[in-house]
Structures are given as structure tokens and as C-alpha cells.
Design a protein around this ligand. Structure first.
Ligand SMILES: Cc1cc2nc3c(=O)[nH]c(=O)nc-3n(C[C@H](O)[C@H](O)[C@H](O)COP(=O)(O)OP(=O)(O)OC[C@H]3O[C@@H](n4cnc5c(N)ncnc54)[C@H](O)[C@@H]3O)c2cc1C
Length: 457
């Protein structure tokens, strides 16, 4: 049986980036993911902000990983056709107390290396955002905060890992295993796998995997739910910048921003819960989010809601990342990647690689670079190019050519969620009412759990 250099448990944002980094250095990588497709855990539902780290704890590993991840994303995104909405952000003070807090936040941002932040007056806020409520008393402008597509980058990283010979095993839940002093033998739902080193990137199950395979965990996952409301695309005309609240010790707070797909988003809430799987929405929280959004951006009162969703952060009892190596067990845990993991993923991957190989030899000179299809609304979409075949999803303008491409290639969509994240089909105003039947036909034979069955003869 093949013995991989590295087994990565989990194909979330972090696992995909880690697999890529090791594969780029020539390691043989095995990715074990319990779900049918990547990004099926915490990483499927977030705010998609590429953070500068201006408000991160000074000197923290989180800050270092965010900044390294941010820089690498800017570096590689052009080569892989990954979008970036250069919005900038404003931390808005709505009260006198918040206004007083802006100065120290600006100082912290500068201490964190973000030198281009500055305090701005209500008049300058209005010049940036003419539709924002006139109640704002002042703001901290953070030009480097941006919006990205939250899914394509991680698919690109996994494609890159695969092109460098990584084996990606979906529907492979790690259920047990043992280390014999040299090699790990892992039991999975698709059979036994072997690797020299294991990297636990199991997100919401990070503590459970450490307990299962090491006998104990240094932390406890305490899932923190975030609910969101997505406004129709007409709302995007009213907003350019990311509107951030003054952060608290506990949360970054409720954000109002555009999405790369042309909508406006408000959220997330921060709600502790025990359930690691289900992230439900509730009407009272959603109504409160809508109220807050309209309060900040009054024209939203005339805009419909496209969708609502919720995600779970893999929070722990402590705020910081829980990344630790156990060299004697050939094991690295990458746990508790709570609120900033999408930004930090590439930086975390570099940090973990340095933990593994302190000489940090340079990566392979020839790197395969997958070119991703564009889903972002500010760039030309597939429907604007000739020969797309058929318009399948009329809300999100998803073509048959895009769906067929997502069902083929080295990492095809393996369930409906994966197809939605690769194409945006059924994610628009009608939430699939108009296109679900056609998508069911086009995906017949592709998914383990089909969307339709043939009528009984
Ligand atoms: C509401 C919300 C808003 C956010 N906003 C932002 C933002 O704007 N910017 C930002 O940078 N970050 C943001 N984040 C944070 C970011 O989404 C997370 O930090 C990141 O998704 C964590 O990724 P992960 O890979 O650690 O975990 P996960 O995505 O959960 O990945 C872990 C994977 O491991 C798999 N797994 C678990 N157990 C097993 C097993 N036994 N065998 C095999 N596989 C297993 C799971 O199925 C899963 O796919 C936000 C998060 C939330 C929830």
C-alpha cells in the first residue's frame, strides 16, 4: 500500500491550502475528506472578506498567517484567475463611545503594519458612501480590506495539489488509526490509508480527531454560528465599501458589504451552539439583521432579499489559532481557525510547512497553475462569450457549458452543494425554483445522492 508523506484530514479552506503547499514542495500528499466534496464544513458559508489583519491581536500567529496569506493571495490570484473586489473598508462609529475607540484601533492597525489607515470625518464618509445613513460620527478607513469569491480559490488550490500528484479521497471519513513509530495507518470509511505524517485540518471536528488518534486534545471546539441575509443585486448600486462595526473582544461584529457575485450581504451573528453540523437560520435574527442593514443603508428598505444562510466557525475556548506539532508522533494539529481562516489559509499552510521542514527548501520550480472560470459579477461571465449552449439558471446567469465543465475535469462536483459553489447555479432570487429540474437532468449519473430518479416504468 502507498505510504504518503503527508495525510491531510479535511478539505476545508485550510486543508486545501495545506495540501497545495506540501504538494508544491514535492511531498506526496493524501487528502481525506469525509464529505462528498470540498468546502462542506465551516468553509462553505462565510463573509468572504480578505482581511488585512488591522484589528488582529498584535504579534499573534493569527496576524502573521493572515498577512502572509493575504500577500500570497494577491501574488497568485492573477495567474489563476481568482477575483478580487477592491472595496476597502470603513470601521464606522455610530456612537460617541465608538468614536473614541477609533483612535486606538488606528494605532493598533499601524502597529500591525497597516500604514494606510486613516480617520475620516462624516463628510468624507458621505463622499465615499453617499447612500449611507447620515448618523455616522466618523470612521477608520482601511483601504486594503477586500472581497473575494469564497469558493474558487480553494478549489484552485486543491486542483493545483492534484496536478502535483496529490491524491484526493472524498467520502473518506477518518474513523481511527495508529502510529507505529514510523508510519500512521488510518482507518477510513473507504479503507485503510498510510502516511508518514498526519495534519489534522478537520475544522469543526479538530478536537475530535486529536482525541480519536492521539488520545487527547489540547482544545475544545465550541461552534459559533453566524447568520446572514443576502440582498438582491440591485442593492449593489448603493454600496462600494465594506462597512464594519467597531470590533469587540468577542466578535468582529455585523458587516455590510457587497459580494463578488454582485449582491449585498449583512451578517454574521455570533451565537454559541453545541451542534457542529446544522447551522439553522431563525426569523427573529434575520429580521434584526435586515433592520440593522436598513438602519445603516436606508435604500435597502426597497430591495428584496435573495437568500439567507448560516455558517459555523470552529471556535475554541481561547481566541487564538490552535496550531501545534507533535514531532514524536509525526502529527500537526491545525485547529481553532475561527473567524479569519479564509484569509489566513495560505499563510497557515506556509507556517505549517515550516513546522514540518525547518530548512524550508524552495518549492518546485515548475508549478502547475489551474485557470479558474470566473463567477464574479465585475468581470466577464461565461454567458457573455459565444457558444455557451443554454442558459440553465436565469437568476445567476449560469450556462450549460459552465455546469458541464463543473461536472468534468480532475475534481468534478460530487454533490449539489459542490456544483452550486462551482457555478452559482440555484443561488439566485428564485433559489432554484426555475432551474432545479434541468440541473437534475444535467447531473443525472454524476452524484452519489442524485437530485432525481427516473419514474418507475
Ligand atoms: C459566519 C462566518 C463568517 C466568516 N467570515 C470570514 C471572512 O470574512 N474572512 C475570513 O478570512 N474568514 C472568515 N470566516 C472563517 C473561515 O470561514 C474559517 O476560518 C474556515 O472556513 C475554517 O476552515 P477549516 O478548513 O479550518 O475548517 P472546515 O471548513 O470545517 O474544514 C474541515 C473539513 O474537515 C472535514 N472533516 C471533519 N472530520 C473529518 C473526518 N473524521 N475525516 C475526514 N474529514 C473530516 C470536514 O468535512 C470539513 O470539510 C468566517 C467563518 C464563518 C463561519
Amino acid at each position: 500500500m502507498r505510504v504518503a508523506d503527508i495525510a491531510v484530514i479535511g478539505a476545508g479552506a485550510v486543508g486545501c491550502a495545506v495540501a497545495r503547499r506540501f504538494a508544491l514542495h514535492g511531498a506526496s500528499v493524501l487528502v481525506l475528506e469525509k464529505e462528498a466534496d470540498l468546502l462542506s464544513g465551516a468553509s462553505k458559508a462565510n463573509s468572504a472578506i480578505l482581511h488585512t489583519g488591522f484589528d488582529a491581536p498584535p504579534g499573534s500567529l493569527e496576524l502573521a498567517c493572515m498577512q502572509e496569506g493575504y500577500a500570497e493571495y494577491l501574488d497568485i490570484r492573477g495567474q489563476m484567475n481568482l477575483p478580487l473586489l477592491e472595496t476597502g473598508a470603513m470601521v464606522i462609529a455610530w456612537t460617541e463611545a465608538e468614536l473614541a475607540a477609533l483612535g486606538p484601533i488606528a494605532d493598533q492597525a499601524r502597529a500591525n503594519g497597516i500604514g494606510d489607515v486613516r480617520l475620516i470625518s462624516p463628510a468624507e464618509i458621505a463622499s465615499h458612501e453617499p447612500h449611507l445613513s447620515g448618523r455616522a460620527l466618523g470612521a477608520l478607513l482601511v483601504p486594503g480590506e477586500h472581497i473575494i469569491d469564497p469558493w474558487s480559490p480553494f478549489l484552485a488550490y486543491l486542483l493545483q495539489a492534484k496536478a502535483h500528484d496529490a491524491e484526493i479521497a472524498f467520502s473518506s471519513e477518518v474513523t481511527g488509526g495508529a502510529f507505529d513509530g514510523e508510519i500512521w495507518t488510518l482507518q477510513t470509511s473507504t479503507g485503510e490509508r498510510r502516511a508518514k505524517t498526519v495534519i489534522n485540518c478537520a475544522g469543526l471536528y479538530g478536537d475530535a480527531i486529536d482525541k480519536l488518534l492521539l488520545g487527547a486534545a489540547d482544545f475544545e471546539i465550541r461552534p459559533r454560528k453566524g447568520q446572514f441575509v443576502v440582498f438582491d443585486k440591485a442593492a449593489a448600486d448603493f454600496l462600494r465599501t465594506i462597512i464594519l462595526p467597531v470590533p469587540t473582544e468577542r466578535t468582529k461584529g455585523v458587516v455590510l458589504c457587497r459580494t463578488a457575485f454582485g449582491n449585498v450581504l449583512v451578517g454574521p451573528t455570533a451565537e454559541e451552539q453545541k451542534d457542529r453540523v446544522r447551522a439553522t437560520t431563525d426569523e427573529a435574527s434575520l429580521r434584526e439583521l435586515v433592520r440593522r442593514a436598513i438602519d445603516m443603508l436606508p435604500p435597502l428598505k426597497d430591495i428584496g432579499v435573495t437568500a439567507v444562510y448560516a455558517g459555523l466557525r470552529p471556535a475554541t475556548e481561547e481566541k487564538h489559532y490552535r496550531i501545534a506539532a507533535k514531532p514524536e508522533r509525526q502529527w500537526i494539529t491545525v485547529g481553532g481557525i475561527r473567524s479569519t481562516g479564509m484569509t489566513a489559509a495560505l499563510g497557515i499552510a506556509r507556517h505549517v510547512y515550516r513546522m514540518y521542514d525547518s530548512s524550508a527548501a524552495p518549492p518546485l520550480p515548475e508549478q502547475h497553475l489551474p485557470l479558474m472560470p470566473n463567477l464574479a459579477e465585475h468581470l466577464p461571465r461565461d454567458w457573455s462569450q459565444a457558444g455557451y449552449g443554454e442558459m440553465v439558471c436565469h437568476c445567476e446567469l449560469v450556462t450549460r457549458r459552465e455546469i458541464e465543465a463543473a461536472l468534468s475535469g480532475p475534481l468534478p462536483a460530487r454533490d449539489f452543494g459542490g456544483l452550486r459553489r462551482r457555478t452559482r447555479c440555484a443561488m439566485g432570487r428564485c433559489q432554484g425554483f426555475g432551474c432545479h429540474a434541468r440541473i437534475a437532468e444535467l447531473t443525472r449519473g454524476y452524484f452519489e445522492t442524485p437530485l432525481t430518479i427516473d419514474p418507475v416504468a
